[in-house]
Design a protein around this ligand. Structure first.
Ligand SMILES: NC(=O)c1ccc[n+]([C@@H]2O[C@H](COP(=O)([O-])OP(=O)(O)OC[C@H]3O[C@@H](n4cnc5c(N)ncnc54)[C@H](O)[C@@H]3O)[C@@H](O)[C@H]2O)c1
Length: 352
């Protein structure tokens, strides 16, 4: 096989980026897209000129020409059932986070992918930012020495948190900090989390939705390294989906301070005020190039299948992250530290 036929299920914001990246990728022969909103299906079809466009994802799973599927649907409760059918159909799969709602479902998907010998990865796109990958390299090549502490604080706007909390009851840890927990654990692998203490603040969003404004977590790893991650989603409305992150990585031999606030390009217009373009988490196409990591991640998945390379985000790593944010949610609820592994799905009940 020297070219790949791919299908995208759910071509909203992220699926749209993945469809555009796939359409531009010379290693992709056929692109098939599926979206239940007819107007959005047409919009993405006009942008990408796909081989087929359908309202029913089962058309893609039945199509034997399609080798790989990317699932970018919302609400997040759609991930597990569609992923299960995709893996059962023997297709390679890139699934947006979260991998599923419960650890049991995650295990089932991981086992199914192994059984059917297909590539399976989860969309933790921040690993595909060059600045982020650089920090990991500096831990691996010894520049920073032994890790001592990591501090990551991310804030996004209410435009995005209202969208997220309008469709799911998952916490800031599960929906936002999940990227930074994954990223910190990736940098510090093979160290594993053994304890987490977490607190949430409920002052702003609680008035209109059953959601916290932010969540902070202190995570202890098995070698004693401490990782602190904060995720807030009450910044005032700004450039659509603006994300601002500050990070500190402290090691025994050195440190890296990373500014990912995206204030490097400022646009001022009379109509829209001050904006920071190219500042969302997945990024956006800019003419012939792409700003941000999601297109890079899409291309990497295509390469992994065609050239039989390991995927960058292993699904078992996504499971560790899921167990960690579930433990963080439990800690915030109980007001006490939680030891890992938790071995149960404490927050299954009533999630949607
Ligand atoms: N990696 C990142 O940086 C990042 C950023 C944002 C969101 N996400 C994740 O990506 C996923 C998608 O988020 P989004 O912001 O693009 O959401 P979105 O709501 O913009 O898009 C999801 C689309 O899926 C469609 N859909 C739902 N059920 C469908 C079905 N059965 N068949 C076909 N289409 C269906 C919806 O109509 C919608 O257009 C979420 O799981 C989210 O957690 C990842």
């Amino acid at each position: 096989m020297d070219k790949l036929n791919v299908g995208i299920i759910g071509t909203g914001w992220c699926g749209g980026i993945r469809a555009e990246a796939s359409a531009k990728n010379g290693l992709v022969d056929q692109l098939h897209i599926c979206e239940i909103r007819e107007d959005r299906l047409k919009e993405v079809a006009d942008l990408t000129n796909p081989t087929s466009a359908t309202l029913d994802y089962k058309d893609l799973l039945k199509n034997d020409d399609i080798h790989a599927i990317m699932i970018s649907t919302t609400p997040e409760s759609t991930h597990y059932p569609i992923a299960k059918e995709t893996l059962e159909a023997g297709k390679h799969l890139l699934l947006e986070k979260p991998i599923s709602r419960t650890l049991t479902e995650a295990d089932e998907l991981i086992n199914l992918a192994e059984k059917n010998k297909v590539q399976f990865t989860i969309g933790y796109s921040q690993r595909f930012r060059s600045k982020y990958a650089y920090v990991r390299e500096k831990f691996i090549d010894g520049t920073l020495g032994e890790p001592v502490s990591v501090l990551i604080s991310r804030n996004i706007t209410t435009q995005l948190s209202k969208r997220i909390t309008g469709r799911t009851r998952l916490s800031p840890a599960a929906m936002e900090a999940t990227h930074d927990l994954d990223y910190a654990l990736w940098c510090l692998a093979p160290r594993k989390p053994v304890k987490v203490y977490s607190q949430q603040v409920e002052k702003v969003l609680i008035k209109n939705s059953n959601s916290a404004d932010c969540q902070f977590m202190i995570v202890t790893l098995d070698d004693g390294t401490v990782v602190t991650v904060g995720a807030g989603w009450v910044l005032p409305p700004s450039y659509p989906n603006y994300s601002s992150t500050k990070m500190e990585f402290i090691g025994s031999k050195g440190a890296i301070i990373l500014d990912d606030t995206h204030n490097d390009v400022t646009v001022m217009t009379g109509d829209r005020g001050i904006e920071y373009p190219m500042s969302s988490m997945p990024g956006e196409p800019v003419g012939h190039v792409n700003a941000g990591p999601m297109a890079e991640e899409t291309n990497n998945f295509i390469d992994a299948i065609l050239f039989n390379k390991p995927v960058i985000v292993k699904p078992k790593e996504a499971r560790v992250v899921m167990e960690l944010y579930q433990a963080a949610d439990l800690s915030a609820e109980r007001g006490e530290p939680i030891n890992l592994p938790i071995n149960i799905d404490p927050l299954n009940e009533g999630q949607n």
